[in-house]
Design a protein around this ligand. Structure first.
Ligand code: ZN
Ligand code: ZN
Length: 278
């Protein structure tokens, strides 16, 4: 049983999932949890969420595998930003380096989900390079060149750019794939989008740390403004508010513990879930 939960937790939320779920699946769960109705309900909800996330990951993985199994048409060279990667990536000729393989495996679920979306809403897929990158053309990319979701580049229809730009952009997007892989290992398929959104509200556009790490020039971002805009005050207020909301019960518990030494627990509740500030 334990092994099943290890798999579910890692598929659902990576290493973070293991840290969250494993202590709760032991026969010897903390006494607090066994004694508290609300804690038990929360744990059941957490496990349920992990199962849902794990199933989504498996579904994405399946979509990725089935896509890899069939032959996609080759992308026309000058419509492809990934073409640049084939040119610059000598590792791609023949043998695959270890990281490339790990990266493909770890981003497979989210790549599959992107492919599923592109097949439902998009204008077709094509494949380029060795190892192949999948380009998915979606209508609503707008003036933005596109976004890397796992190893799938969701592109505006027929982005025509010169080979130098293609080369730079391919390097930039390849670093986003690295970011997807690392985040998926740490916290599952949902971590990168969450971190990216939080970072982008605090540090918008050219100040975004994910874009900086991928290379602003290569990604066609303008240099960051001087003086910098980030961190933006409203975003700090927002995320501190969210944090306070999430941690409100623990804050209440901490305040009460500081004010009074002894505490009476409500029946069927742990200290964290006992209401009242004093
Ligand atoms: Zn509790
Ligand atoms: Zn980028």
């Amino acid at each position: 049983m334990r092994v099943v939960w290890v798999v579910v937790a890692f598929l659902g939320a990576g290493v973070l999932g293991l840290l969250l779920v494993l202590p709760r699946t032991r026969a010897l769960r903390p006494r607090r949890v066994l004694a508290c109705d609300l804690c038990q309900r929360r744990h059941r909800r957490l496990l349920f969420a992990m199962v849902v996330l794990a199933l989504v990951s498996v579904a994405g993985f399946g979509l990725r595998v089935s896509q890899k199994a069939r032959e996609l048409p080759a992308c026309a060279a000058d419509t492809s930003i990934a073409e640049g990667r084939r040119v610059i990536d000598p590792r791609a000729q023949g043998r695959q380096p270890v990281w490339s393989t790990i990266r493909s495996a770890m981003t497979a679920p989210v790549s599959g989900l992107a492919l599923g979306y592109a097949e439902a809403r998009g204008r077709g897929l094509c494949s380029v390079g060795n190892p192949p990158i999948t380009l998915a053309f979606v209508p609503q990319a707008g003036e933005h060149m596109g976004s890397m979701v796992g190893e799938v580049f969701l592109a505006s229809p027929v982005p025509r750019i010169n080979p130098v730009r293609a080369h730079d952009l391919a390097v930039h997007e390849s670093r986003h794939v690295d970011q997807w892989a690392v985040c998926t290992i740490v916290g599952g398929i949902g971590l990168l989008p969450v971190l990216y959104v939080i970072d982008d509200t605090l540090y918008p556009a050219s100040e975004n740390h994910f874009e900086k790490a991928a290379g602003l020039d290569a990604g066609a971002y303008p240099p960051p403004p001087n003086p910098p805009k980030g961190p933006q005050g409203w975003a700090i207020a927002l995320w501190v508010g969210v944090l306070l909301l999430v941690a409100r019960r623990r804050i209440r518990w901490a305040v009460r513990t500081l004010v009074r030494r002894h505490r009476d627990l409500a029946p069927g509740r742990c200290a964290v879930h006992t209401t009242g500030w004093t």
